[in-house]
Ligand binder design. Structure first.
Ligand code: NAP
Length: 278
């Protein structure tokens, strides 16, 4: 039984490869450019573009389960190729945005929902993983941290920042045992943590003082656009963060329920990624 991991150069995909290898599985890793893949020995490498159906047939040949990144363009081609290959289960990296009350107005929810629905209609089992904000988002603070600062909007917005290895552990468990067919799993870290608190943890783990500077909403949007975000996305993200200033942020116990272990803390994430900030 071979398991295909798409996006194996990505933070989550790479962690899924590791979790499957640790579970003794036969793994095939894909990227649009297989030469970029840095995976453990024994893991097969293949080039596949989710937006180019002609590349998917060879990638899916002999595959029984697949970990999929959300790419709305090309999802029909993926579903067809997966059906032809006889794939039994697809686990999708979706987003908590599709589970939010404002999902109908959210462009982030819309792009993930298209893919969730296409998979649900496919002739195979499927499971959507719907994580909230990733702890890896703080890698976007690296340039500021190099200057001794953390600059964000809403310092006291609290998110259930999740470690990519927890998403990966959930994915690997389901890819191996074929459970949770038809389910959407809301995944979070263990506790809501504010941006200010994340900065304090990073300062402590990195062993250097970091001054906190609050950005205006306009400054935050400008930075997101400069970092390559699609123009329709930043407003919705800011609204979601702002909501946590007045409402309790969502934290779930799904990571523990699926994997049997507690989700990792933001401090654990910072310790695992210390070298990324040097
Ligand atoms: N950041 C958050 O807070 C958050 C919250 C909820 C959900 N999410 C979901 O998680 C995703 C980001 O995950 P991540 O942090 O692991 O991403 P990442 O590290 O930025 O990696 C993105 C991956 O997508 C692959 N990819 C891009 N276009 C592709 C295509 N056309 N065909 C095949 N592969 C393609 C890339 O592979 P190559 O470049 O090697 O081809 C790369 O491996 C978001 O897009 C969203 O769907 C994120």
């Amino acid at each position: 039984m071979t398991i295909l991991v798409t996006g194996a150069t990505g933070h989550v995909g790479r962690a899924v490869v590791d979790a499957l290898v640790a579970a003794g599985q036969d793994v095939r890793a894909s990227s649009r450019d297989a030469a970029k893949l840095d995976v453990p020995g024994g893991v097969a490498k293949v080039s596949a573009d989710l937006e180019d159906a002609s590349t998917l047939e060879p990638a899916l040949d002999g595959v029984s389960a697949a970990f999929l990144y959300t790419r709305p363009q090309g999802i029909e081609g993926f579903v067809k190729a997966a059906e032809t290959a006889g794939v039994r289960h697809v686990v999708l990296l979706s987003s908590a945005a599709t589970l939010q009350p404002d999902a109908a107005q959210s462009p982030i929810a819309a792009m993930h929902r298209v893919v969730e629905q296409a998979l649900a209609a496919g002739a195979f089992a499927s499971t959507a993983l719907n994580p909230g904000a990733f702890a890896t988002n703080t890698l976007g603070w690296r340039a500021d941290i190099a200057e001794g600062a953390v600059r964000t909007v809403y310092p006291d917005a609290r998110i259930g920042a999740i470690h990519e290895r927890d998403i990966a552990d959930v994915a690997a468990r389901i890819l191996v045992d074929g459970s949770h067919d038809g389910e959407s799993l809301a995944l979070t870290g263990p506790e809501p943590i504010s941006f200010r608190e994340q900065a304090e943890v990073l300062a402590d783990v990195l062993g250097r003082p970091l001054r906190f500077e609050e950005l205006t909403e306009e400054q935050a949007i400008e930075r997101m656009l400069a970092a390559g975000w699609s123009p329709e996305v930043p407003r919705g993200v800011l609204e979601a963060w702002a909501r946590t200033l007045h409402e309790p942020s969502l934290v779930t116990d799904v990571v523990r329920e699926v994997t049997g272990h507690a989700p990792r803390t933001f401090r654990q994430w910072a310790e695992d990624h210390r070298a990324d900030f040097s």
